[in-house]
Structure formats: C-alpha cells, structure tokens
Design a protein around this ligand. Structure first.
Ligand code: HEM
Length: 231
C-alpha cells in the first residue's frame, strides 16, 4: 500500500508514521514473547510442585530477574513502550531504577544459589554466559547510580561517559543472560519435558525479544558515543 504524506487528524501519514507503527508493533511483540518465555520457564520449574529444588529455584529467580524485570526495565525507557508511555521522564527513570534493582537482585541471588551448589564451576557454556551476565549486571548496577547522579558526580566521572558505559554494560548483561537462557533450554531435562520442536520455538522467541529489546539502547549507545567523539 502506498501512503501519501498527508495529514489525517493530527497524525502525519507517511514514512515517519509507518516507522512509528512498526516500532509499536515490535514493542507489543516483545512483551508477548517475554510472557511466553517466562511463562514456559515457570511451568517447567513448578511442574513437580513445591518445594523447589536449587536448580528450579535458580530458574525462577534468573528468568523473572533477567527476562521479566530487567527486560521491562530496558523497555520502560523506550519512547514506543506501552505501559511507560504515559509517565513523565522523571517517573520513567524511577520505574527503570526500581525494575533494574529488583531484577538484578533476583538474578544475582538465583545465579549465586546454583554456583554455591556446584562443586566445579563454569564448565558449561550455560554457566559461562551466566557468569558474564552476573559480572556485567553487578557493574551496570553501580554504574547506573553514577548515571542517575551524573550531574552531582560530574567532577569525578563525566556524565556522558558514565551513561555510555551504563548502556553498554546493560546490553552485554541482558544479551548474555538471554544466551545463557537459550543454553539452559537446550539442556536434556528441558528438551525431554518440552519436546524438541517446542524447545527450538522457545529459543527462537528468546532470540527475537532479546534482539528487539537491545535495538534502542544500541542506537542510543552509538549516538551518544558519536556525539562525545565529534564534540
Ligand atoms: C536467564 C536465565 C539463566 C541464567 C542467567 C543462568 C545462569 C546460570 C549460572 C551462572 C549457573 C552456574 C554455573 C556454574 O557455577 O558453573 C547456572 C547453572 C545451571 N543452570 Fe542456569 N541460568 C539460567 C536459566 C536456566 C534454565 C532455564 C535452566 C534449565 C532449563 C538452567 C539450568 C541450570 C543447570 C542444570 C545448572 C547447573 C549445570 C551447569 O552449570 O550448566 N538454568 N545457570
């Protein structure tokens, strides 16, 4: 369908409008995929009822921490995000901080529980990517504070640098947690429960929402870095 750049009501119809609709659709899709992946992980973890063993508790905490709360925390700052669209910038930042601190706390506890439980650590790709996620989550948390108070701390750490590194560490933390999750789904116990076809679909859903979620921060990262370099 070709669209003329005309004004309908107050909305411009044309390239910019089509892009907005596309971004809004991607945003809805990402929420839907997060729901599916987190829901499937919880069904798997609770399939034998309570109490949960260490591995199942680890899955619940990591998936809610990383793929639900941290994902929503990144999305909350996006201009196209549904639920945070009505918030003022100050409140968006507050929502982002609360989700980020809560999500990181659950994810770190979930990861440390299983690390302490194992005798040999980081001998699987799942565990190695999980470790990268832990390290970058911890750094990103501290770095998030310097970004939040960038103005007050500008003498010790230039605001732009702390924001750029915060975006970068956040992307690495979230992306590696999703890679770790995909290796988690690839484990025998999950494939046996979910079947091969369903496991592959769940991995594809994870890859899809992770890509959608990191697009915006990646663009911001390059924009801010470019501005810093040409300044
Ligand atoms: C965001 C999601 C996840 C993260 C970040 C994560 C991270 C981790 C970490 C850091 C370890 C410890 C590795 C070590 O000390 O050697 C671990 C172990 C483990 N995780 Fe996960 N995990 C996640 C989801 C899952 C899922 C969905 C499953 C299963 C379906 C799972 C099953 C296991 C098992 C069986 C171990 C012990 C064996 C191993 O290290 O590979 N995890 N995970």
């Amino acid at each position: 369908m070709t669209v003329d750049p005309e004004i309908v009501g107050n909305k411009e119809v044309g390239g910019a409008y089509a892009l907005k609709v596309f971004q809004a659709s991607l945003n809805i899709l990402s929420h839907l995929l997060i729901g599916i992946v987190v829901g499937v992980s919880l069904l798997f973890s609770f399939r034998n009822g309570l109490p949960l063993n260490v591995i199942m508790l680890h899955i619940v905490l990591c998936v809610i921490g990383y793929q639900l709360l941290m994902a929503e925390s990144i999305l909350s700052l996006s201009a196209d995000n549904g639920w945070s669209g009505v918030l003022r910038f100050k409140d968006k930042r507050m929502a982002h901080t609360i989700l980020q601190v809560g999500g990181s706390a659950l994810a770190l506890v979930g990861s440390f529980l299983v690390m302490v439980d194992k005798t040999v650590n980081f001998n699987t790709l799942h565990g190695q990517f999980g470790l990268v996620a832990v390290v970058f989550t911890a750094v990103s948390l501290v770095n998030g504070l310097t970004s939040l108070y960038a103005f007050e701390w500008r003498r010790f750490c230039p605001g732009n640098i702390s924001k750029i590194t915060h975006i970068c560490f956040g992307i690495v933390a979230f992306a590696s947690s999703s890679i770790s999750l995909c290796y988690g789904f690839d484990k025998f116990s999950f494939r046996l429960w979910a079947s091969d076809a369903f496991t592959n679909a769940t991995i594809a859903c994870t890859a899809c929402f992770t890509t959608i979620i990191i697009i915006n921060p990646t663009i911001n990262f390059f924009k801010k870095s470019y501005r810093l370099i040409v300044k």
